[in-house]
Design a protein around this ligand. Structure first.
Ligand code: NI
Length: 171
């Protein structure tokens, strides 16, 4: 496995529509393995192929809604599409391609995604809360859309601190 460079805002590859994956071969597996290592190192919750300069419909989402004591795990989604959505949440959102910037973005609270795995088999997966947000955010990358285009408001450092302090207070 190898780390890949994460492209940042302004790189043309982040604004492009990505093509479907058609070959579920060693090259795809290497890409996914590299993306997983890159995601783990960067402490993010999701990564899309265009963020590492590959204009193909492949994303990773970190499932963090796991039972106490269990490890987060990465879901690989090839040629994903959202087939169900419900509810609404508006929370701060960030992106490894837009470092240091957080904005309030409205997303569904629940989504169901249909995708293929690395061997081309179709499956469905559900996500709620942060995971639903992450599915939506990563799928947007495949259309060349960054969260900054959808944010209702970009947070100042003070607002971000306030937000997390108030959240922490609720726990
Ligand atoms: Ni992103």
């Amino acid at each position: 496995m190898a780390l890949r460079n994460i492209m940042t805002e302004g790189e043309p590859c982040l604004g492009k529509h990505c093509r479907p994956v058609t070959s579920f071969d060693e090259r795809l597996h290497t890409l996914l393995d590299d993306m997983a290592e890159t995601l783990r190192r960067s402490d993010g919750v999701g990564l899309a192929a265009p963020q590492v300069g590959i204009l193909r419909r492949a994303v990773l989402v970190l499932e963090t809604n796991v039972p106490e004591g269990e490890e987060d795990y990465i879901i690989e989604l090839i040629n994903p599409e959202i087939i169900e959505r419900s509810g609404s949440q508006t929370e701060p959102e960030g992106c490894l391609s837009v470092p240091g910037v957080y904005g309030m973005v409205e997303r569904p609270d629940y989504v169901k995604v249909r995708a293929q795995n690395r061997d081309g088999e179709t499956f469905e997966v559900e996500g709620t809360g942060l995971t639903a947000r992450c599915f939506c955010h990563e799928l947007d990358h495949l259309e060349g859309i960054l969260f900054t285009e959808k944010a209702e408001h970009i947070l100042s450092d003070e607002e971000l601190d306030e937000y997390y302090n108030s959240k922490h207070g609720e726990d």
